[in-house]
Design a protein around this ligand. Sequence first.
Ligand SMILES: Nc1ncnc2c1ncn2[C@@H]1O[C@H](COP(=O)(O)OP(=O)(O)O)[C@@H](O)[C@H]1O
Ligand SMILES: [Mg+2]
Length: 322
Amino acid sequence: MDTAIETVGLVKQFGDKRALDGVDLKVPAGTVLSLLGPNGAGKTTVVRILATLTRPDGGRATVCGNDVVREADLVRRLIGLTGQYASVDENISGWENLYLVGRLTDLPRRRARARADELLEQFGLTAAAKQLPRSYSGGMRRKLDLAASLVGEPRVLYLDEPTTGLDPRSRNALWAAVRARVATGTTVLLTTQYMEEAEALADSVVVMDNGRVIEAGTTDQLRARVGGKVLHIRPTRAADLAQVLRALEGAGLAGASLDAEAGLVRMPIAGDAELTTAVGALASSALPIAGIDTHVPSLDEVFLSLTGAQPAGSGDAAQVRA
Ligand SMILES: Nc1ncnc2c1ncn2[C@@H]1O[C@H](COP(=O)(O)OP(=O)(O)O)[C@@H](O)[C@H]1O
Ligand SMILES: [Mg+2]
């Protein structure tokens, strides 16, 4: 299979901060790769380098075989970018925004007009074509933003946190638009803080933290790698949570975490032996326990276990599931 995007040992330094510390990525043409990671992981920096907006300090990156530094002009002709923050012009209508992008990317007038009409239709924005974007809802603006990045029919599309802050309905609409685009063979690099989004759209996932790749695979593989199951232990008294944690640690069990809001301790367990040890530790602690159950880890728990960070906006993510 052709490789659409490749980075090898990508390094980016901002003063003392090493934003990227040797990032290797490979995205086969026509597939969707999700770059997943908490705030500050380096996702946007990767996208900016691949979009020729920032130069790497080390390593190299290519888009459809073209080097992002030496052949930046060629790369720019192949890509579309929807950034984390909307880049639409507030003072001209939705239609004019798309027309302008078309003209800026050298489409003839007639083609630029047709493309603006076509995309508004495709994104269900025809009725709002003549309105200024400031009258649009958040979801409509993101759709306009995405439409703008598709004017030039890019072979490679970067979506940098395209749905952060969107309500679940707008998020689903945007996902549908991305899927339609992928069906035409476009390669997509999607950054997100939502495991759900990665699962909904991506063929494969790369988890980044602190400028490094820490895991790569399909979402199923990531779940499997985190291993087994998660034990949820709910003490009768919320005040006992910390003691439950200590009892488990005292029995040599590592990796438990306390979720005060949910009123439980989560403990990843690799197998039956650990489960038995955990139950034994709780019994000898004599702490009153209201419930113990085993769960297949949620995607958020996988994320937590890989990065040690709560996925930002996991509240929103939970809404999406509901
Ligand atoms: N222009 C910049 N100047 C200084 N530091 C930056 C700049 N851009 C990003 N950084 C830093 O680099 C790290 C990675 O940032 P970023 O790529 O934006 O992460 P993410 O998109 O995953 O949240 C962060 O620590 C951030 O503060
Ligand atoms: Mg970012």
